[in-house]
Design a binder for this molecule. Structure first.
Ligand code: ADP
Ligand code: ASP
Ligand code: MG
Length: 633
């Protein structure tokens, strides 16, 4: 008998009527012959309301007490859900996180799951109950209640499914929410966003971690690590939702499957840092030590022995970031600048690995909208750009009473991610994401005529096998997984210095490169000084001379100060795994191991499944050995 884990989000249990609907869905799954575990979130806006209650008392609440408070939201939901199921005539029993041994670390408010004891779950299922589990919460080794971070009930659901799978059950997981599935982007921002029939674990992991709020990205780490198939679907209908599954062949044909906006980040630039090995390490080690996750990292090659490091952190971590970095920045003789209101727009797609011209298409669309790109970074299957929001609020003229409300509204509106939203819409359209395609309205080799995905066994690749072995070695279920280290010596680096910091220049550069049908891989652009940016990218060695020539011809037209430099003596060093960006320790270990060998990092690209750095090819083998030792792979 299979186990179905059904997760219902806040809006899907917000009142008695919705609770009864959820209960009916659970009973239906049981009647179909499954054992059923239901994971629920707090009702409606309960978690926000609890946070507001604490804010009435203190601006600096202790994390432990906040967890004690916030966990109550889910405790209400589990009891009500169990009552609803019982009312409909089925046996049900509810459990808090601590009752079923969801053991976490002690990082209150963003605790990570270490283990789940499935014994009590199994007993309750065997005795014929539908088991209702509180999402978002666990208990640490001292016996204190912990929570997993906002949106964490998704993670509870998939983690419980993974634990049941480890215990030998056949498992499926359904995530019920207020939309029909995973859309090409947030349908609240782009109404013509299209529902996907299926996306891969990696694509969903990137989309979620780039801002697609439909799934908690940590839940997809569990899904990928433990190979738990998921379906995201609507709690108020029976419509087939979106499957999140291992990558199928057809997915590799789709260069971009989704776009996302994150508007809660701040950009930090460290200007005038010495261009020496170990400097990035010092910076990112300090941040990792404080458990601050760094998002986009753009490091310039630098000139005159000084370089610029740019990166983003979520706004909530900005003050801590400044505090942590102050002594380091002073020690390096650098300056720290902050831009608080930035928006990050990203595109994601498995096909990006092999389809040329994706970056060019994205930058063209943004140039056409006159969007200026303050930073560009790439990962294995994503490209992100950072856009400065307009910080000049709409004028307030209090002498015009009739207009006051309207002006106030405009003032409020101006604080939102206006430019980011505009950029998201432009990019969504440029990739035709509003149109039917394979996997989003058109059949694929893995989707039957009725739209149901026929699950294929995951491709047994070297990476999948290495991953399985690495999962077996983990201490805690949610520990970062590093499964391999690879060196690619087929690429060359092209760097453009002193590019004018105005809309459209980057698009011109990539148009010039694309004219030669050259596949561009890692891209990093960063502002290096007043009005100037530095852009680096990698291309196959065989195309490097052509790319450099084409760019240098273009630069003559742009500005006499720009110059291009090609370097074919680089190598790209990759560390593969799951959860690489959100687990702060990965970059620390990686940069630390390279710094210890005196190996300089020229470019960095990060994603949830891969961190890549560009280094001197001559140091390649030594760097691989150092990283294999550091990550024990
Ligand atoms: P729940 O309470 O069920 O966990 P959430 O609010 O966390 O629901 O997630 C659902 C919401 O995510 C949707 O209402 C939608 O506005 C938003 N969202 C953001 N990006 C996407 C996307 N790519 N696809 C679908 N929904 C998205
Ligand atoms: N109730 C928690 C929150 O609002 C967890 C969740 O809904 O997933 O963040
Ligand atoms: Mg959610």
């Amino acid at each position: 008998m299979g186990v179905v884990v059904q997760k219902f989000g806040g809006s899907s249990v917000k009142n008695a009527e919705r609770l009864m609907e959820a209960a009916r869905k659970a009973i239906r799954a049981k009647s179909a012959g499954n054992q059923v575990i239901v994971v629920v979130s707090a009702q409606g806006s309960t978690t926000d309301d609890l946070i507001a209650k604490a804010a009435e008392i203190t601006a600096t609440p202790s994390a432990r007490e906040m967890d004690m408070l916030l966990a109550t939201g889910e405790q209400i939901s589990i009891a009500l859900t169990a009552l609803a199921i019982q009312e409909l005539g089925e046996k049900a029993v509810s459990f808090t996180g601590s009752q079923i041994g969801i053991v976490t670390d002690s990082t209150h408010r963003k605790a990570r799951i270490k283990s789940i004891d499935t014994r009590r779950l199994s007993e309750a299922l065997t005795s014929g109950h539908i088991v209702v589990v509180a999402g978002f919460q666990g208990i640490d080794e001292q016996g204190d209640i912990s929570t997993l971070g906002r949106g964490g009930s998704d993670t509870t659901a998939v983690a419980v499914a993974a634990a049941m799978k480890q215990a030998g059950y056949e498992v499926e997981c359904e995530i019920y929410t207020d939309v029909d599935g995973v859309y090409t982007t947030d349908p609240r921002i782009v109404p013509d966003a299209r529902k996907a029939d299926a996306v891969s674990y990696d694509e969903m992991l990137e989309m979620a971690s780039m801002g697609a709020g439909v799934m908690h990205s940590r839940s997809i780490e569990f899904a990928k690590k433990y190979d738990v198939p998921l379906m995201v679907r609507n709690a108020q209908s029976d419509a087939v939702g979106t499957w999140i599954v291992p990558e199928a062949n057809w997915m590799g044909e789709i260069p971009v499957c989704g776009a996302a906006l994150a508007a809660d980040e701040a950009r930090i630039t460290l200007e005038g840092v010495p261009d020496q090995p170990g400097v990035s390490h010092a910076v990112f080690e300090a941040l990792a030590g404080a458990n601050i996750a760094v998002d986009m990292i753009g490091q310039s090659i630098g000139a005159g022995g000084r370089a610029t490091i740019g990166f983003t952190v979520i706004n909530a971590e900005l003050d801590r970031t400044k505090k942590v970095l102050a002594p380091i920045v002073a020690g390096l003789g650098a300056t720290l600048n902050v831009t608080e209101r930035v928006s990050k727009v990203s595109v994601v797609g498995a096909g990006m690995r092999t389809v040329a011209g994706v970056a060019e298409r994205m930058f063209d669309a943004l140039a056409a909208e006159q969007v200026n790109l303050k930073m560009i970074t790439t990962g294995d299957i994503k490209i992100s750009v950072l856009i400065e929001e307009d910080t000049t609020p709409a004028p307030m003229d209090a002498t015009e009473p009739a207009a006051t409300e309207k002006i106030k509204k405009a003032h409020e509106e101006s604080k939102k991610a206006v430019r980011g939203r505009k950029a998201l819409r432009a990019v969504h359209k440029a990739f035709g994401l509003d149109q039917p395609r394979k996997g989003a309205g058109l059949p694929t080799d893995a989707v039957t005529a009725t739209g149901t995905l026929v699950r294929k066994p995951p491709a047994v690749s070297a990476d999948a096998t290495a991953r399985e072995a690495a999962v077996a070695r983990l201490d805690g279920m949610e520990d970062v997984l590093v499964s391999g280290v690879h060196l690619n010596t087929d690429m060359a680096r092209i760097t453009v210095f002193d590019l004018p910091d105005v809309p459209g220049t980057v698009a011109k550069v990539f148009n010039a490169v694309a004219a030669g049908s050259i596949l561009v891989d890692t891209i990093v652009q960063n502002i290096t000084g007043p009005g100037r940016a530095e852009l680096s990218f990698t291309v196959p060695k065989a195309d490097a001379t052509k790319a450099e020539r084409q760019v240098s011809e273009l630069l003559r037209e742009i500005d006499a100060r720009c110059r291009v430099e090609g370097d074919a003596s680089i190598a790209v060093l990759y560390v593969l795994g799951v959860g690489m960006r959100t687990h702060t320790g990965v970059a620390r270990t990686m940069f630390g191991a390279l710094a210890a060998k005196g190996i300089n990092i020229e470019m960095i690209n990060t994603s949830e499944v891969c961190v890549g750095v560009v280094i001197d090819a001559a140091r390649g083998p030594e760097a691989v050995a150092a990283l294999k030792a550091a990550f024990k792979v």
